[in-house]
Write a protein that binds this ligand. Structure first.
Ligand code: AMP
Ligand code: MN
Ligand code: MN
Length: 331
């Protein structure tokens, strides 16, 4: 299945619903908003229906498309859709409370994604390429193949997708094609400094204060090339911030000389502990996350594991040490 199979479905006269993973990020949201502008340009009827709320830092993307985010009525909107497009994931399990509705919607479910691993979704065309740095990169390529004009607004949203998933074009997923797509978007009129200011320099005061607390928890095991940080219980509430404000915190652990795997632990609802995994070099954290029921990319993965922090932490750290090699000290 190719880009054009997906494009062929997305035509005026159909109700199109776009959705992405729980706790949406810059790629999921940028891809949605980019696609909304592209499809509106064609005259299509399109809505965004996500399982969890948009973090404040991405509100600016929605300012000029009022009413397009119908996540509050997501289940109802999805049931009325003629076509569902799942972005930046390929598995129902990542759709949270919308998983069942999408599974049972009975209409084609298209998918545009860049994760490794096939995933489970209802039937529909797939445009999936793990070589892409971001789903936004694939949408830009799709637009080009389909001959859809890239507007200034769609370019900005897709640029946000690229910037956020590549860590500002620093990560190894930044390939020549990624930069060529980014160049096209900048040529279409993206104000790169303004995007930086909107996404990264419009923080609540609590964000750096939370980061300071999280970094205090840093533990490094040089013998394994392992480093981790832990979000202190209650710290998000105390600083009046949300999980999105932790974006990038794990990078500080990864930045230490000799570290090959960095982890961030956080207690989440339902008695689970969320782990963000990042690696350097050839360490495959997607594989490690999959063993615990999660997934992601080779160098950036995540998982939510049932159990309290100390138990999950001990279990995951032991598996990480075994993967990294070195002397495994058993408790
Ligand atoms: P995060 O650590 O949440 O920034 O996520 C890093 C990468 O792992 C992203 O590509 C996510 O899509 C993926 N990921 C995060 N959490 C999960 C999960 N519970 N299951 C599968 N993939 C995940
Ligand atoms: Mn994502
Ligand atoms: Mn992505």
């Amino acid at each position: 299945m190719s880009a054009l199979d997906v494009a062929a479905l997305l035509v005026p006269g159909k109700r199109i619903c776009l959705t992405t993973h729980v706790n949406p990020d810059g790629d999921g949201l940028g891809s949605e908003v980019g696609l909304v502008h592209l499809l509106r340009g064609l005259g299509a009827d399109v809505a965004i229906t996500n399982p969890t709320a948009t973090p404040d830092r991405y509100d600016f993307l929605f300012a000029d498309i009022p009413g397009v985010d119908r996540s509050a009525q997501a289940v109802k909107e999805l049931r009325r859709a003629d076509i569902v497009v799942v972005l930046d994931i390929a598995d129902l399990s990542r759709l949270g409370i919308l998983a069942e509705t999408v599974r049972d919607c009975g209409v084609p479910v298209a998918c545009i994604d860049h994760h490794v691993g096939p995933g489970v979704l209802p039937d529909g065309p797939r445009f999936v390429d793990p070589e892409a740095a971001a789903t936004g990169e694939l949408i830009a390529l799709l637009a080009r193949e389909a001959g859809w004009p890239i507007t200034h607004q769609s370019a900005r949203a897709l640029y946000v997708a690229l910037v956020t998933d590549t860590g500002g074009f620093r990560f190894s997923n930044t390939r020549p094609r990624t930069l060529r797509v980014a160049a096209d978007l900048v040529e279409a009129g993206v104000d790169t400094e303004q995007v930086y200011l909107d996404v990264y320099a419009n923080a609540p005061e609590g964000r750096p204060r939370l980061l300071a607390e999280v970094l205090q928890t840093l533990v490094v095991e040089p013998e394994f090339g392992l480093a981790w940080v832990t979000v202190p219980p209650g710290s998000l509430e105390r600083h009046d911030v949300d999980p999105d404000d932790l974006d990038g915190a794990v990078e500080h652990a990864r930045s230490i000389r000799g570290v090959r795997m960095a982890l961030l632990f956080r207690e989440v609802s339902g008695g689970r502990t969320k782990v963000s995994l990042r690696s350097v070099g050839d360490v495959d954290v997607a594989e490690l996350a999959r063993r615990f029921g999660g997934g992601g990319h080779r160098k950036a993965a995540g998982v939510a594991i049932a159990g309290p922090m100390p138990t999950v932490q001990a279990e995951l750290l032991q598996a990480a040490r075994e993967l990294l090699g070195g002397v495994v000290v058993r408790a």
